[in-house]
Design a binder for this molecule. Sequence first.
Ligand code: PGA
Length: 220
Amino acid sequence: MTIAGNWKMFFGPEPMELADLDAIVAPPYTRLVDCVEAGLTTYAQNVHWEPQGAYTGEISAPLLLALGVRGSIVGHSERRQSFGETDETVGLRTRAALDAGLHVIACIGETREEREGGEMENVLRRQLSVLEPHPNLVIAYEPVWAIGTGLTATPEICRDTHGFIKTIIDVPVLYGGSVNPGNAEALLSQPCVDGALVGGASLDVESFTAICQTAARIHS
Ligand code: PGA
């Protein structure tokens, strides 16, 4: 069971307060060193496919590895929606990061219109078509309509969609989208749910700790 906290563009909590948790944190770049030095399993929120070069504003796998960073989120829906991320670039980023030795949490998920229009399976199949199974690859299923909205996929939607994803790619699948201490148990106890990618609730030490404790209890 994997619990990962995506701090997005927020300063985030004091890393030492999270030191005892069995969890991944993905802070903004300026806090990567603090998190690594606190002994946390630290991921970036994005990674470029070239090892170096004239790519202003990007970061590469070798640069992250040199800092002690262990992995990266790739293809988050906020990058897809607001920063021109495509399935193709998600594939390039993921492959380069895995080849370099980073772990990857690759995010997929449909919008509300796509789900209501019966397109969910096609969208997920297309997003997954650029990814291949790898021991260091994890998928995060994050329905766009559930991210930061307080709307969570029901445990049944989670179970069914994760089951569908696993028929296409056999790697662990995390759920993401408004996970909080109140719904973590119901979501994480579903079959095919291998953990959670937590946004808003990962910024609060008490909430994130509670989610990690729930995951540990379910796992034991
Ligand atoms: P949320 O974000 O938990 O705030 O919905 C999840 C994510 O975007 O990874």
